[in-house]
Design a protein around this ligand. Sequence first.
Ligand code: NG1
Length: 546
Amino acid sequence: MSAQEAIPVFTNLTDLYASLGTSLNHAERWNNLAEEFEKRFGKQPTYIARAPGRVNLIGEHIDYALFGVLPAAIERDILIAVAPRDVPPSSPTAETHHAPGSVIAENLHPKYTRQVFAPAPKAKPANVDDEVHVEGWHLEIPQELRWENYVKAGYYGVLEEHFTGAAVHPIPVDLLVTGSVPAGSGLSSSAAMVVASTLAFLAINGKLEGADKVAKGELVKMSMENEKRVGVNSGGMDQAASVMSVPSSVLYITFYPSLTASPTPLPPGAVLVCAHSLKVSDKALTAKRGYNLRVVETLVGARALARSLNIPVGTREKITLREVVGRLVEEADVGKGGAGMSADALAEVLERVRGAVEALKPPGGTEANEFGATLEEMVRLSGLGEAEFREVYLSWVEVDATHFKLYKRAKHVYSEALRVLQFRKLCLDTAAAPAAEGADGVAVLKQLGQLMNDSQTSCADDFECSCEELDELTRLAREAGAYGSRLTGAGWGGCTVSLVPEAEVASFIKKVSETYAPYKGLEGEALSEVIFATRPSTGACVYKFD
Ligand code: NG1
C-alpha cells in the first residue's frame, strides 16, 4: 500500500460506516458527537476526523531501531468534530478567543474542561514590500499527559508545515473531542489523539483536498513529529497503524529504507483479545528511565556494534540497529531510494548478527550486573570523545541511569525483529496454501502463539519493559487457553494481547476475569472496558458534512 494514497474523505455516512468494517455500533457515537457539537457551538460541525488506537501483535520497541512491526488498528478510536468560528471583524484580537487561528476545544467527557488557546506567529517585521513573513509559531505545549496538549501538538505541526512563509493565517475553530481508546493502556490513545487532531486541523484548513492534498505517508510523518512535542521520542508504529490500517489484516509496517505498510491476513480460527493490566503506564512521566532511555541505549548499542564490526559510521550519525545489518551486507541501493533487502535475506542476516552482539558486553560486565555499561564505558564503546558523545546521544533527550544495558537491549531488538519476520511468514504461507480444517491450522496458530510468548519473555528479561502485573496477566491468559499472550505497546503497564481460539473467546474472558485479581468485582460494561475481543479495523479518515 502506498504512502502516497489520499486520506479518505467521506461525504456519505453509509460509505463511512461500511469502510470501518467492524462490528461496533459507530453510528450512535458519530451522531451523538455531531448533535452535541451543535448544542454547544450553535452550528453543525464541518468535519469529523477519526483516528483509531492500535494493538501491536508482535515487534515491540523495534520501530525506533527501524525494524518492521505487526500492529493492527482496533475498533476503538478518537473522534474530533470541528467547524470554523465566525469572529466579527470588530472583535478585539487581544482576547485569546478572537485571535487569528484561535481554538476553543471541548471534550465530551464531563471531567474535562473547555480550553481556549491561540498560536502567535513569529513574524519578521514588514519588509519594503510590506509583506509579512511568518517564520514559525509559538504555542505553549506543556509536556503533560492532558488531552488538550495532544490537540495542541497536532495543531502546531499543521501550523509549522502549512502556515509559514507569506502570512496566511489559519482560521479560528471550535472543536469537540470524544474517545473510546483507554488512556495509558498501550493501545495508543495518544497517537490516536495526535493523528485525529492533525487531521482535523488539516481538514478545516483545506489541506485534504485539491492538488497539494496531504497523503497518508505525510500524515504519519507529521503525527510522529507532533507527538514528540508532548515529550516522547516515538518510533512511528502507532501513527502508521492508526493512519494506514485496513480491516481484517494486521499491517506489516517497515520504516527502512522507507515507510511501507503491507496488509498481512491472520490465519482463520483465532481472535485477538486485549486485556488491561490496570497498571497505568505513564510513558511521558517515566520516559527518563523508561522509553527515552531505551531509545538512547539502542542507538548507542548500534554505534558500538558497528564499530566492533568495522562498519563506518559518521561522527554525528545516529546509526540504528537496522542500518548496522544493512551496512554489514552492503545492502544494495538503499541510499538511492532502493527497496532494501528481502524479508528472507534480512532474516538470514539477523541470524548471523546474533553472535556479534556479544561485543556489547563491557569488559568486567557479568550476568550479575546485567552487562550494564557505565557512562564512561559506554563512551569508550562508542569510539567518540565524551563531549561529542554527549552532544550526539544525550543533548536531545533526558535520561536517568547509572548503567546502560546495551547488550540486553540489542539482543532483544534483533531477536524480536526476527520473530516479526517469522510470524509474518507463517501468516503469508498459510494464506497462500490454507491448511485443511483441523490439526494443521491449529499447529500454525500454536506457532504464532509461541512467537508471542517468546516476545513476552524477551520484553521482560532483556528489554525490561514488562512489570509484575503484565507477567501475571500473560501467564493467566495462557492458562486460560490462549495460543500466546504478550504485552502490547511500550509496556511497564497497560494492555496485553492474546491470540485466542475463536470458539473459546467467551470462556477465555470468563476465566481470566475470575483469576486476575485486579478484575475482582468487575462485571458487565466495566469488565468489557478492560478485557475485550477486537477485530483489525480501518485507518484514519474524515467525514465532511454538507
Ligand atoms: P505506546 O504503547 O503507544 O506507548 C510506544 C511507541 C511506539 C513503540 C512502542 C513499543 C509512542 C507514541 N509509541 O507505544 O512507537 O515504540 O512504544 O513498541 O511513543
